[in-house]
Structures are given as structure tokens and as C-alpha cells.
Design a binder for this molecule. Sequence first.
Ligand code: GLN
Ligand code: ZN
Length: 769
Amino acid sequence: MTARTAAAAAEATVYGYPRQGRHRELKKAVEGYWKGRVTAESLAATAADLRRANWRQLADAGVHEVPTGDFSYYDHVLDTSLMVGAVPHRHRAAVDADRLDGYFAMARGTQDVAPQEMTKWFDTNYHYLVPELGPDTVFTADSGKQVAELREALALGLAGRPVLVGPVTYLLLAKPAPGVAADFEPLTLLDRLLPVYAEVIADLRAAGAEWVQLDEPALVQDRTPAELNAAARAYRDLGALTDRPKLLLASYFDRLGEALPVLAKAPVEGLALDFTGATAGNLDDLAAVGGLPGKRLVAGVVNGRNIWINDLEKSLSTLGTLLGLADRVDVAASCSLLHVPLDATAERDVDPQILRWLAFARQKTAETVTLARGLARGTGAITAELAANRADLASRAHSPITHDPAVRARAAAVTDADGRRSAPYEERTAAQRARLGLPLLPTTTIGSFPQTAELRAARADLRAGRIDAAGYDERIRTEIREVLAFQEKAGIDVLVHGEPERNDMVQYFAERLTGYLATQHGWVQSYGTRYVRPPVLAGDISRPQPMTVRWTSYAQSLTRQPVKGMLTGPVTMLAWSFVRDDQPLGDTARQVALALRDEVNDLEASGSSVIQVDEPALRETLPLRAADRAEYLAWATESFRLSTGGVRPDTQIHTHMCYAEFGDIVRAIDDLDADVISLEAARSHMQVARELAAHGYPREAGPGVYDIHSPRVPSTEEVAALLREGLKAIPADRLWVNPDCGLKTRAWPETRASLENLVAAARVVRGEL
Ligand code: GLN
Ligand code: ZN
């Protein structure tokens, strides 16, 4: 019976593991190296220790085919650029002089040379360094890192499986190098790149790799027939190599869709597919192409992106179905475990009941091993694990934490009218104008002012018990007074309190909402040596008491000018947290929205006439596949409107988004029904303003005129020129004057000078109207 043989062979594996170590040793070593306190040798030794510790953890759990080459000092796409010799011209000399320093220069830039651009890795919160390619790019193979790391694993007696970013994904993630025509398509370089991959693969074979994994997550996105043809060609060519290792083509983050038949036909030995959550579509698609006869299927049934325990019985049933569809079925996490923290058992402050629902990298690895054992030997071999899992799932399903009747009743009673302001936009603007009495081209900021060392020290002092809550509050009030005094003196029209009390725009609220959980050690890599600890949306969300009102109303009590209340919107709260997997995202968004709605209403009641609800993540949370976007935008915009829909017509609702390229979501932005939006635009020279205008966006908008990402102070004339540019797209009675984003990462001297110039520029241009 083929099914039985297949089952007997089932093994567990993962595609990648958190890099930083238990105590974030990697961060410390790399940053120490940058500061000259750690030598290259000692950095290399720390890294080797961390790799070994990870492999040991995997091996102890029962994983014998371990990933290699997934480790990185900074970013695996940057590693790939070095592997294929795609070093931008401006970094060539540095890389040739010292490979490690050149590598970090590509990542971080130097005094004289700009770094590579960084952008989000698909729809995760990990950021990679964008390869820069052009018609004159010459690829050269350097398999050194991959081969060395493979050898380390082999030396431990483990079957190392090198993991590479696949050539198609690498090219699809790249952009035209500076000076190259913007319409240059990196994918046209495929024929030049494939021989380099062939060389690396041959080197890995020679070093002892039985399998090599090629990750092609870009193929889960909507792809043109030409792109799919390129993928077919790539794997036909690589598959045709002689004396090569077996190739495992890996996909994750979504279903493969129209790429599945292409990859299923490719002359490679294995395919890895994501079978979690919304991507279950792979199962039907796989059956439709007749399975993978003669091939190895690696089934990603354990979600590699969330922090929840798996439903083992459900996964076993999926795996059972898959047995009939491939020659051999192995079990894996759906994607690299890079996107989850290392080990849930490190959490000491999490309620023990909730802790049983959590699975980080280490626990997820154990789940894949359990599932592989269950698949190979039948459920009888994992009776105890299944029973424990069933009990944990039941405890989660029936817990008052995940099912708060009051929250559920309120969410169920929401009507369309709750998400609608009581007057249409045109009427509201008139009422707001009358109430606020602002000049044309009103000036404002996005919310935060510099998070100074003193503020961080105050928080540290509070945590360490060196000051009490009252002492901390006094320091915050002092800061608010200073921020207000500066803004009044500078002549800004709509003021902010400066957000000095907020460590982070999501965490601050997560700490104050019931149902949200903080972790102590739940670090995940955001980029390079930057790690974040996303809070966990663990249960039903409610707001025990107001979260921001006292600071905003204190600020308002100091001035007659309007002080903008400042909140983080529901979509951003979800996007930068670990979300629940036991209910639709839209349901969680609605709960968060209702809690925020109470805050918005309380701000209004306490005297706020302007309230901003930030949604910088609205664009970045867009699903990878176009077909899924309408549904997302429906709940996303509904939740925003629900949080802001309860205020009077003469209360002005602002929103803010950071990133450019809004063309495709202008409709959704309009659907938010906010009165004013501020956006990033300074670097793109008001491109955003033109996009809004081109789509007929009817509301007030403040395209940023001061690039806060750099300490550079823009001159009055520069800002005025941007405003004149903005006025070509947005009429004077709808144009606001503001920076690109919050000022928390800036220092005071440049903040002061820049905002003074911004106000001066607004005055100059007002005089020209
Ligand atoms: N109000 C926030 C701030 O000014 C907005 C930050 C953001 O958009 N990322 O810091
Ligand atoms: Zn922003």
C-alpha cells in the first residue's frame, strides 16, 4: 500500500529558525562589532555558537534534516545578494576591501554611501534589503557562507539542508539600480542568474548536501504568465543539471494558485506548500493537478507566523489527505520560524492558563515532530500529545478570556449606523471650520515629539522603582508643558501633547486593553539588529478605563488652541501584534475598534475638538493576492469608521499613514470617512498629493513637507516650494501643512528649526493666495 509506505517515511523539518539567540546575543555581538568593541573573530564565534544551539534544539526535538544557511548577521536577502555578487557599484570598493564591513555598509550605509533600500518581506513585519540590479549587472557565485554553514551542521551529524532564496523570488524582489531606467525588469536577468545558482548548488552538493531548498514565496502572489514562464524555465534548467542534490522548491505565506501546476510539473524532487489557515486552498489545487506523484511533499501545517498552538487533530486530517497525493509527505512549519519568538517557556509573567495556548519556535518544532510521528506511526503513537492538545484547545475555546459575553454582545449589536458619522463630510467641514477657526494652510504635526533620553530614563526609573507613579506623571507633565510651549511659540495651529508617555504606539494601548498580552522575551526580528516584541491579541478586547484622556486634557488645559487627541487605529493595532487565529480578523478588529470608539468619545467629551486615529498599517496589511483585498478593505475601513463614527459633526477626525504609493487604495482611504489625512510625501516631492487628486479624493489632506527620517533641516524656501507644488493638486482650503510622520526619533535642535521653517513657509505661501 503506497499510503502506508509514505506515512512510514514522514519526517519533521523547518525552513529557518530565529537568529538572535535566547538572550539576543546576536544583536549584542553585531552592534558591539559596529562600535568596535567586538572583533570579527568573536562575532563569528558567537554566530557559530548560536547556529549550533539552534541545531541542537532542533535535533533534540527530533528534527534531523535541519535548515542551514538561513542564519544571517543582518538579512538573508542581503546574504543572497553577496552570494550572487550583486553588489551595488557604490559599495563595491568597501566589499572588496573587507567583506564583512562592506556587507554592513550595504545594510546601513556609511557617512558617504547610502545603504540599500529596506522594505517589508511580503506581508510579514520582517524587512529585507532590496537588491539593486540593472542591465549591466554581472552575477558571480560565492557559495562560501552557504557551504561553511552546511559543513557545520554536517559535522554535528545532522542532515543539513541548505536554504536559499530562489532565483525567481530574488529577481522579483529586486528593483532597478540607481541610474537604471525605472521600467527595467530585473526578471530579464534570469538567464544570467541561473548559472550562478547552478554553481552554488553544485558546491553544496560537493560539500555533502543531499537536498537543497529554494524558497520561492514570490510565486504565491499574483503573477503574470511571463513570470510563471520564467519560473518554469528556471526550474527546468536547474532540474536539468547533472550530479546535483535533490531540490525542494518551497512556497509559503499563501496558496500557490496558478503557480502550482507550473511547480508541480517542474523536474525537481520536492515541493513545500503552506496549508495553514486561509491558505488551505493549496489542498484542493494540489488534488486538482493530480498530486505530486514521485515527489516529496513538505506540508506546512504548523503556522509559522502566529504564536498559537496547533490543532493537531485537524493537521493530522490534512496530512492524511495529503498522503494520497505524494510519494512522501513530511511535516513542517508553514514558513521560517524567523517570524515567531524563540521559546514560550521563557515567559514567566504570562498567566499559566494562557501559556498553554502559546507556541513559539521551539514549541512549533515540537508540534511538527509530534505530527510527523502521528503520521508515520498512527495516532496511537501520540495519544498523550493529542490528549494534552485537545485539553489546551478546549481551555482556550471556553475561557472567559477569549469569550467575554459583554464584548461579544456589543460587537454583535453593531449596526451600519454606528460606523457612520451623523452628518455627511461637506456639512461637517463647515461645522468644523466654524468651531476651529483655523487659517488657510493650517499647520500641525503628526503626534510625537522627540523621545529624549530623559523620557526613556523616566520610564526606566519607574520600572526600577526609583520613582513612583506620581513622580513619573510629573515628568510627563513637565514634558507636555515644554512641548506645548514650543508649539505655541512656533505658531503651530493645531497642537499635540507630544506622546511622551508612549513607549510605542501599539504597545501603549495594548498594555491598557483587557485581552491584550505582553511578553517578556517574545522578540522577533524586524530588520537587522532591530527586534520588536509584538503584543498578543489573546482574548476579547475591552477598555477598563480611558487610556489617553488625562494627558490630552492636561495639554488642552494649557492652551486655547486645539490640541489633537492621538490614538492608534484598529488595523494598525492588529498589524503590529500577534493576532488571534480562533476568529476572523475582522471580528478582532471590531472589538478593538469599539474600545477605541469609547476612547474617541471620551476625548471629545473632555473637550477635544480634533482627534487623530493613526492607520500607518492600512496599506501594508493588504493581502498578497488581489482577490482577497476587497474583503480585507471592507473590515479594515469599517473598523476605522466604527472607532470614529460616534463623534459630533464639528469634531474633526484626522488620520495618518506613513507610506507612499496610495493609488490603489485611495477609494479605501476615502471610505474611512476621516475629515483630514496626513501622509508621507516630502521625499517623493508631493507625488501623494497628485495621486489623491488624480483619484478625485475630496477631503482635506496634509502631504508631508518635512522628511522626518533625516536630521536635515529643510529651509523655509524648500518647504514653501513643496507647498506650492501641493497647491497644484489640492486646493488651498483643503491643504494642511505638516511633517511626514511623528518626530519621536528626531532630536530637539533639528525638530525646533524644522518646525519653525515649516510655519514660516506656511505664512509665506498664505501671503501668495
Ligand atoms: N502619532 C504617531 C507619531 O507621531 C504616528 C506614528 C506613525 O505613523 N508611525 O509618532
Ligand atoms: Zn507615520
